[in-house]
Design a protein around this ligand. Sequence first.
Ligand code: NAP
Length: 247
Amino acid sequence: MKLKAKTAIVTGGGRDIGQACALKLAEEGANVAINYFSSSTGAEDTIAKIKAAGGNAFALQGDLNSEANVDALVGKTIEEFGGLDVLVNNAGGLIARKTIADMSLDHWRAVMDLNLTSTFLMIKACLPHLKSGAIVNIASQAGRDGGGGGAVAYATSKGAVMTLTRGLAKELGPDVRVNALCPGMIDTDFHNVFTKPDVRKNVEAATPLKRQGTPADVANLVAFLATDDSAFVTGANVDINGGLFFS
Ligand code: NAP
């Protein structure tokens, strides 16, 4: 157990990648606080699984676009567990596919808020408590390659998360390491909602490892970046895409 007696916050821990991260960090011994927005049943499931395995966890509902909700999550974490060592900024999304010609200012702002501003708010609220430890941001391959059709706002927001990661690695070292993941196609609701099945098949076929990633694949890398196994890694944006794209 590489995170025994440590505490982690995972945003969006009620399903898919966030749930897998919460379970993996708990498996490594961490007390885990998760946020969820709409997935209350999924969040209950995450907490039940962690507790059944002998771990400590709680879930708090909140829209991470709200500073008050962010502060409530961090405050409850400190109250329950007495400190903080790991922050995983996982919550995020595409919202809708829109080309720049069809994009309203409201859509642009909503995507930036969900992926970038929520990450900023979480990091800012956690910093007074994060004396040492690790921040892991979930960016995207889209941040490198500009994204698929109608994903330019999303790709831009994830590119900004990657830059934030590099800048904060310099600002917060040597005490806090800051890294990000750039996942390619991971088999979650994200693509169930936004990507056609034939596109997913084509991506699989073009991927050297001939499959989509799983939430557990991502969670394993998050755990590596959250523990001392990656003690000399900071400011990295790590690809996890089955070899589909080389940066
Ligand atoms: P997902 O299934 O669509 O899950 C999105 C997560 O974000 C959910 O946990 C959701 O919470 C949370 N969320 C959405 N709006 C929120 C808000 N306003 N406040 C708080 N939480 C909110 O996506 P996923 O595939 O697991 O993706 C997780 C992360 O990986 C995202 O940042 C995504 O951009 C990134 N990513 C995914 C892929 C992929 O191929 N799947 C690739 C690259 C990057 P609720 O369910 O509780 O509403």
